[in-house]
Design a protein around this ligand. Structure first.
Ligand code: GDP
Ligand code: IMO
Ligand code: MG
Length: 445
């Protein structure tokens, strides 16, 4: 057997890599947690999704909404990085940067954007609009062109990357090839209905302008990350969406088009997954879902029901589209699955304060599927549609406000039992509890 005394350079890495990931269908308050956690890191990285994400961060009563930029960008000491796995809609990037600057937050070359990230064009949004309104097959997407852009990335013939926006001749030629195809495809999808048409040269002109605006941020971010790790930097990965929306591991086809679990880190950032040192899984104290797809614990009890009470108290309306989020009880079957898929080490439980509004709480410990009791999360969305939740009723802490609580010992006993139960069922410790939108409203160990 051959042996060598040489050590792979990456094996000498001394930095740390943590990932914050949602374990449900998104909106678990990842942004709220990433903001304070970022303080102990040097680099915050988005590795998946695009402007379909919506993260609300509240600091000292001021609210910030981010769709495309990593939540770390609120702290200018850090490097914020958008990896190659993200899809970029340049007008949104530019808009978020200028909103932050107007709010007095400096954004400059501390914000890095991968030259390999794919670019969303308006024809992607038109394709999505038409396929979402074409009768069957609608997913209930955010309409941000995410799916069609990833389709072009994987299909290769029509994909355009951020680096291409800096090369005028190449971009023009490519769009002259792509746009007529897109127009034909859009016309076919429209099937006689009204649809937009696009002009290659006008789009090239527009996007070359965006390219100039993006240029100071464009970087070989994968190389930067690997070097940074070797130099001992502390890296925080911020997943967008939730693990149950993961293209491979989620409730397909009612998912997003990227790996929103930690599975996406390697491909979406270029940093080898085995460098990951810690995964923090974020669990909302109940479940929400926007868009279509199976949701076994959904509360569909009407305007006077518990679901509506939770929606109102938790302000469960989509950040990106304003759609009311579907609301339901905590689903331990789905959570156990998501925690395993993501290699989760520890947990954060968020929006615990919201459950003060309901006199009783239930958790789902198993499903009944076709007359059988099931503990495993089914891969088939059709089976999941039929799954009836096996619910266990728990006493709650009705009427007791948690928003002022800062120490575990101050929580009502029922709330502490609820958190302990989550830790037990998921066989992972709960390290953080969130009791309100403001970063101060957090219980740390
Ligand atoms: P993300 O997509 O995972 O970052 O989550 P969103 O920002 O889309 O959704 C979480 C919502 O809950 C936001 O409006 C937050 O301001 C709010 N929020 C975050 N943590 C808490 C909490 O502990 N309690 C309450 N009541 N609201 C919270
Ligand atoms: P954050 O990061 C909640 C959902 C959409 C739809 C499905 C596919 O805020 O948690 P897409 O536009 O991605 O093709 O839509 O995924 N979805 C989200 N739901 N939070 C998100 O992001 C989401 N991003 C996409 O509602 O059901
Ligand atoms: Mg969100």
């Amino acid at each position: 057997m051959m042996s060598s005394s040489a050590t792979a350079p990456e094996a000498t890495a001394t930095g740390t890599c943590t990932c914050v990931v949602g374990l449900q269908w998104g909106d678990e308050a990842k942004g709220k947690l990433v903001d304070p956690l970022a303080e102990d890191h040097d680099i915050v990285v988005r590795y998946n999704g695009g402007a379909n994400a919506g993260h609300t961060i509240v600091r000292g009563g001021r609210s910030f909404k981010l769709s495309l930029l990593p939540s770390g960008v609120l702290n200018p000491r850090l490097t914020s990085l958008i990896g190659n796995g993200v899809v970029i809609y340049p007008p949104r990037f530019i808009e978020e940067v200028s909103q932050l600057r107007e709010a007095g937050i400096p954004v400059g070359t501390n914000l890095l954007l991968s030259d390999r990230a794919h670019v969303v064009f308006p024809y992607h949004m038109e394709e999505e609009r038409l396929s979402e309104t074409d009768g069957g097959g609608a997913i209930g997407t955010t309409g941000r062109g995410i799916g069609p852009c990833y389709q072009d990335k994987v299909g290769r013939t029509c994909g355009i990357r951020v680096g291409d926006l800096l090369v005028p001749e190449y971009l023009r030629d490519r769009l002259r090839m792509i746009v007529p195809r897109k127009n034909r495809w859009i016309e076919a999808l429209a099937a006689g209905k009204e649809a937009k048409k696009f002009d290659a040269d006008a789009l090239a002109q527009e996007y070359l302008g965006y390219g100039e605006a993006l240029r100071p941020h464009v970087h070989d971010t994968a190389h930067f990350l690997r070097k940074s790790l070797q130099h001992g930097k502390r890296i925080l990965f911020e997943a967008a969406q939730g693990s149950l929306l993961d293209i491979d591991h989620g409730t397909y086809p009612y998912v997003t088009s990227s790996n929103s679990s930690p599975a996406g880190i390697w491909s979406g950032s270029g940093l080898p997954a085995r460098r990951l040192t810690r995964v923090l899984g974020v669990v909302k104290a109940y479940t929400t879902r926007v868009g279509r797809g199976p949701f076994p614990t959904e509360l569909t009890d009407g305007p006077d029901g518990l679901g509506e009470a939770i929606r109102r108290k938790g302000r469960e309306y989509g950040t990106v589209t304003g759609r009311p989020r579907r609301v339901g009880w905590l689903d331990l079957v789905a959570l156990r699955y998501a925690a395993e898929v993501g290699g989760v080490d520890e947990l954060a439980v968020t929006l615990l304060d919201v459950l003060s509004c309901v006199p009783e709480i239930a958790i789902c410990t198993a499903y009944e599927v076709q007359g059988e009791r099931v503990q495993e999360f089914p891969a088939d969305a059709r089976l999941l549609e039929q799954a009836k939740p096996v619910l266990e009723r728990l006493s709650g802490w009705y009427g007791e406000e948690l928003t002022q609580v800062r120490r575990i010992a101050e929580l009502p006993a029922a709330a502490r039992r609820y958190v302990d139960r989550i830790a037990e069922e998921l066989r992972r410790p709960v390290r953080i509890i969130s009791v309100g939108p403001d970063r101060e409203q957090t219980i740390l160990p």
